[in-house]
Ligand binder design. Structure first.
Ligand code: ATP
Length: 345
């Protein structure tokens, strides 16, 4: 299997003027007996055609909530209180149930961490893949079978596996099948929320390399969530770092790795901590992120920030340009000003 880095990891485009996915000022809260958690607190991001966009941050910072909001999978007590989500210039939040049914799979699909365990145990692999075709495209069974075999070949699984049941396949193979199913109708956006975390490291890398190859040949865009920042940096063109429901830094992934501007990004990059599972202290940083108790005054990160100044306790920094194609939300980072000679061009 070729390495993920084949062809350079950051050769992809920037978010285009016509993004595939455009999220504007998204706000999502969960209200429970313990109070209200503003899980996503004003997030905006664009993902361009053919772009792999990574979302990083500690457990509980709101990554899955964003993914589920895009797929319209959020359920009570979650509530989208503001913002818009446009997929191919179509507002996902106002789609009817029927429109949503057509949009899922065809325009966007999602691979979850535990998806491989959610396959129907009494249906063969072939039946499960063909189900997508016959339900959404009303095609004859023979054609569906041929397309199912072709899909399996894309993820390096032989056609005779169409007759296998999920329990007859390894975990890695099952997850490959799930990825094939997600790509069955050639969606423009693939969302992957911890897609390989349950698998061993070698299998994880193989699968991600395969996704990278498929992405290059089929051209879909990806929203990629993983706790493995090193994998994310290798795989994604651009990355956003999230803290307590907000994006605190967005840049091309190699720039973020080499020149992180936000102290939280630096801590993440240095520590490569476990970003899922129980909340733990970040190496080199005290305490855990703010919880439902609410955000601290000023910058949410200031109680943990080794560089916090007095102003950080008062002023809440917004995400703003810090360099070309590089945004950060930190008072320590001066705002990027486009040179006047460039403005004149
Ligand atoms: N069903 C729910 N009810 C109440 N609060 C919830 C619910 N789901 C998520 N939350 C809260 O919303 C916040 C964001 O959670 P989310 O799962 O989006 O974070 P995450 O970054 O994806 O974390 P992880 O990496 O652990 O999956 C957390 O504080 C979480 O406790």
């Amino acid at each position: 299997m070729s390495t993920i880095l084949q062809g350079g990891p950051h050769a992809g485009p920037r978010a285009a003027s016509n993004p595939v996915l455009s999220i504007k000022d998204l706000r999502v809260s969960y209200t429970t007996g313990l109070g209200t958690v503003n899980a996503v607190d004003g997030v905006s991001l664009d993902i361009g055609a053919g772009e792999i966009f990574g979302l990083a941050g500690e457990s509980g910072c709101g990554k899955s909530t964003i993914a589920n909001a895009v797929m319209r999978l959020l359920q009570a007590p979650a509530k989208i209180t503001a913002g818009s989500i446009d997929l191919n210039q179509c507002n996902v939040l106002t789609l009817s149930d029927e429109e949503l049914r057509r949009t899922r799979w065809r325009d966007m699909s999602m691979v979850f961490q535990s998806a491989m365990n959610a396959m129907n145990p009494v249906m063969t692999i072939g039946e499960q893949i063909m189900d997508v075709f016959t339900t959404h495209e009303k095609m004859p069974k023979k054609e569906a079978r041929e397309r199912a075999a072709h899909l399996l070949s894309l993820v390096d699984i032989k056609a005779d596996r169409l007759k296998s049941y999920p329990h007859q396949l390894s975990g890695g193979m099952r997850q490959r099948v799930v990825i094939a199913i997600a790509l069955a109708l050639n969606p423009s956006l693939l969302i992957m929320d911890e897609p390989t975390t349950a698998l061993d490291v070698v299998v994880q890398r193989d699968i991600m390399a395969q996704i990278k190859e498929l992405q290059q040949s089929l051209g879909f865009s990806v929203l990629f969530i993983t706790h493995d920042i090193s994998l994310m940096v290798e795989l994604s063109h651009r990355m956003a770092v999230m803290y307590a429901g907000r994006l605190v830094e967005v840049a091309p992934s190699n720039v973020l790795l080499d020149d992180p501007l936000h102290p939280y990004t630096t801590a993440l990059m240095n520590a490569f901590p476990p970003l899922s599972g129980p909340r733990t202290e970040l190496l080199g940083l005290p305490d855990a992120p703010p919880t439902s108790a609410g955000r601290p005054s000023g910058c949410s990160f200031h109680p943990r920030c080794p560089l916090a100044m007095d102003a950080c306790r008062i002023q809440d920094p917004v995400l703003r340009p810090a360099a070309e194609n590089h945004d950060a939300a930190c008072l320590l980072v001066p705002e990027f000003v486009v040179p006047p000679e460039r403005l004149a061009q």
